[in-house]
Design a binder for this molecule. Structure first.
Ligand code: K2U
Ligand code: ZN
Length: 171
């Protein structure tokens, strides 16, 4: 059990392209547990390893958290194998972009494959919040934040706000 600090934008480490996990071993399982602990502590429903400063292709998610019921899932080396032409818009947030929420358009349905914590290959088809959250987290693995999908003007304004808030927090 380890709650690790979550990087907040602007931070060059969040722009890293994460690398594949070579072997799903005890070290990876411990990292995934730390990610889940950190996600719950921050009231998140998803987290990518790069958000705690580890540029490895690992995501944890728990979309339907109920009181006391923690049923998180790890996605290791996830790949999207198909995406619908239909799009869906969700109001997204991000633990690395605090207190900012905005609408993002993404494919409504996806098929993805990944390794679970036993190293077993899993294939899923997702829609709704699972599709949105998985695509949001997989953006993190490419060094992309949800604000990078917004207009240049809006993104510039938000980054200026985040930079100011970070300076105040560090003062
Ligand atoms: O990357 C993250 O910080 C995970 C996001 C998950 C998320 C992705 C897409 C759309 C909404 C959330 C965090 O959990 S942000 C916190 C949050 C939780 C529920 C709804 C909105 C934002
Ligand atoms: Zn995020």
């Amino acid at each position: 059990m380890a709650i690790r600090p979550i990087l907040t934008a602007p931070d060059p480490r969040l722009k890293a392209v994460s690398t594949d996990v070579e072997k799903v071993d005890g070290e990876i399982r411990k990292l995934a547990q730390d990610m889940a602990d950190s996600m719950y502590a921050a009231d998140g429903i998803g987290l990518a390893a790069v958000q705690i400063g580890v540029p490895k292709r690992i995501i944890v998610m728990d979309l339907d958290q109920k009181e006391g019921k923690k049923d998180w899932r790890a996605f290791i080396n996830p790949k999207i194998t198909w995406a619908s032409e239909d799009l869906a818009v969700y109001e997204e947030g991000c633990l690395s972009v605090p207190e900012i929420y905005d609408d993002v358009e993404r494919p409504a349905r996806i098929r993805a494959e990944y390794l679970d914590l036993d190293g077993k290959k899993i294939e899923i088809e997702a829609d709704g919040m699972l599709a949105t959250c998985l695509q949001h987290e997989m953006d993190h693995l490419e060094g992309v934040l949800f604000i990078d999908h917004l207009s240049k003007l809006k993104r510039a304004m938000l980054l200026k706000k985040l930079t100011k808030a970070k300076k105040l927090a560090e003062a």
